[in-house]
Design a protein around this ligand. Structure first.
Ligand SMILES: [Zn+2]
Length: 269
């Protein structure tokens, strides 16, 4: 058993809260710092299924990427989805913590895990947010290189096979081979111009809309939309491993498990 505060300290090492965007809501969202923690479930979203899983597995803490509470709450209606989930969590004494944009930005976080999964090396910063306290650059996405140029169709298949998704959507901007890759996990369509400006052959992200795809084609840059879930879910297993390492001192008294059952909301028929 460890105190919740110990897990929070471990998370702070992995994804320091100061790295989060101003609009974000990371940190301890449900529970108390002096609460006893025996089992931690790591996931992307605190869905009803994840809460069920936590209850069944006897987990007393959920570490999620997406904050369960994001905007202000003016009522706690237990007959509505969020209120019901909060009721279940409090009833079963399950703490909830989120590492969101801080985990996107942190070294070894969501973007680095994505870059590694799809075969990129020579990683550098892509969307520079600001400077960290030690002067290092905090960056949302990543730029990276493939070992050799390839067709965008082959790379799209490589991305699809590497990620927990059955399909990717390819925006093919013509016969431009790909080697230089920009990426942003989750919803990164707002950085399409930036990726093109920085000379990326292809931009890998999720949640791309029609006119955003059009914008990329006009700039001669391919896009691979591997979905919000597909680009982010790989971090769950990695975060589980890293939390286990950070909590090694409490070995045997606290267990970290990863959500194995969540799937993308989108399927193709
Ligand atoms: Zn996300």
């Amino acid at each position: 058993m460890v105190k919740c505060q110990v897990v929070m300290d471990a998370l702070e090492t992995i994804a320091p809260k100061r790295m989060a965007e101003e609009w974000d809501n990371p940190g301890l969202l449900v529970g108390a710092l002096n609460q006893d923690i025996h089992k931690i479930l790591v996931c992307l979203d605190v869905s009803d299924e994840v809460v069920e899983q936590a209850i069944e597995a006897g987990a007393d803490m959920i570490v999620a990427h997406h904050p369960l509470i994001f905007r202000g709450i003016k009522k706690l209606r237990t007959d509505l989805p969020l209120g019901h989930r909060l009721q279940q969590l409090i009833k079963h004494d399950i703490a909830v913590v989120a590492a969101h944009t801080n985990l996107d930005i942190a070294e070894g976080g969501v973007n680095d895990v994505l870059a590694q999964a799809i075969g990129l090396s020579k990683l550098s910063s892509f969307v520079i947010e600001r400077q960290d306290v030690d002067g290092s650059v905090l960056s949302m996405g990543r730029m990276g290189s493939l070992p050799a140029p390839m067709t965008v169709q082959d790379f799209a298949r490589q991305v699809r096979d590497a990620l927990p998704t059955e399909h990717v959507r390819l925006v093919d901007a013509g016969p431009r081979p790909v080697r230089k890759v920009a990426l942003c996990s989750g919803s990164g369509a707002e950085f399409i111009q930036k990726a093109a400006f920085m000379g990326a052959d292809v931009y890998v992200t999720g949640d791309v809309k029609y006119h955003e795809a059009q914008q990329a084609v006009e700039q001669g840059m391919h896009i691979i939309d591997a979905g919000h879930f597909g680009t982010e879910f790989p971090v769950v297993e990695v975060l589980k491993e890293r939390l286990t390492e950070e909590l090694a001192e409490a070995k045997g008294t606290v267990e970290v498990i990863a959500d194995q059952s969540s799937r993308d909301f989108f399927t193709v028929v």
